[in-house]
Design a protein around this ligand. Sequence first.
Ligand code: UVW
Length: 340
Amino acid sequence: MSNSRWKQRPEGSNWGDFGADDQIGRMNLLTPERRLAAIRTVQHGQTFCLSLPLDYPGGNTLFQHRKAPRFFHERRGEGFNFNFKLSSVCSCFSDVVSDDAVMLYTQYSTQWDGLGHVGQMFDADGDGLPEKVYYNGYRAGVEVVGPDDVDDDYGAHAIGIERLATAGVQGRGVLVDLEAIHHRERALVGYDGLMAALERQGATVETGDFLCLYTGFADLILEMNKQPDGDRLKNSCAVLDGRDEKLLQWITDSGIVAICADNFAVEAYPAQPGQGDHYPGLPLHAHCLFKLGLNLGELWYFAELAQWLRANRRSTFLLTAPPLRLPGAVGSPATPVATV
Ligand code: UVW
């Protein structure tokens, strides 16, 4: 199997399976039938907001390269286009108007990782030399271009987050309540741990589902009131073990379309060392984003939904979670909604 962008695909990947030029990966498995099945889980019409306020975690101790949102305001006349009296346009107008501009790091808070977020050094063209490649063979410097490649017009011109935005991100969420098992203890959860948690809840996962992981991490962030204690956070709550091959194989086989967690990276970061001289530092990201085209949601907020599901002995809900339709972005804030 090969296509115009690659001669060989990574072992265990699905490149080409959804079409030579596919840009949404596993979201292809979210069919109208699966959405209807998700809608049938709704019994009460009650909703839960699954986003943190986007100015959390606060500061940048969690990850120094991501900063809190900053607002800017355009000048207008003598002042700014904020609390602006429209009477300066026409003395007959009584309106007062305000506009925003914001510097928003797309992965600072509750977010989707797009397929352009993590690629790998991989020899896709079979010349014996690895190159920077993303899902389905899209290349750094060709489709995914940054300030090192060109002077302007950079961004993910393929596999950008806008592709996810138009994919209809609405389906069945299955919440795995890891907080009920591990509380806020640091726990590395592999295949066995995940299966045990699902069994404890009597929950099953089907093709087209969004696997949602409640660990308590976002609750801890909220409690820290925008003064996050990085050391405590790094040693708290459950994370997936991205080095567990059995877990990675289950993700492939399960048919899930995304994994959405309330923690920083879904998986342990940094992960345990891998095998050999070269290996992914983010093995679950490599498996999901790069090999399968499976989006990851991070820093989601599940506390109230989890309480409700516990009280009602349920694990499933209707999830509606589009990212921003922001062409070229490799990630996006999200305001996911759960309906039960
Ligand atoms: C990193 O990029 C480290 O993590 P994430 O995908 O979790 O935001």
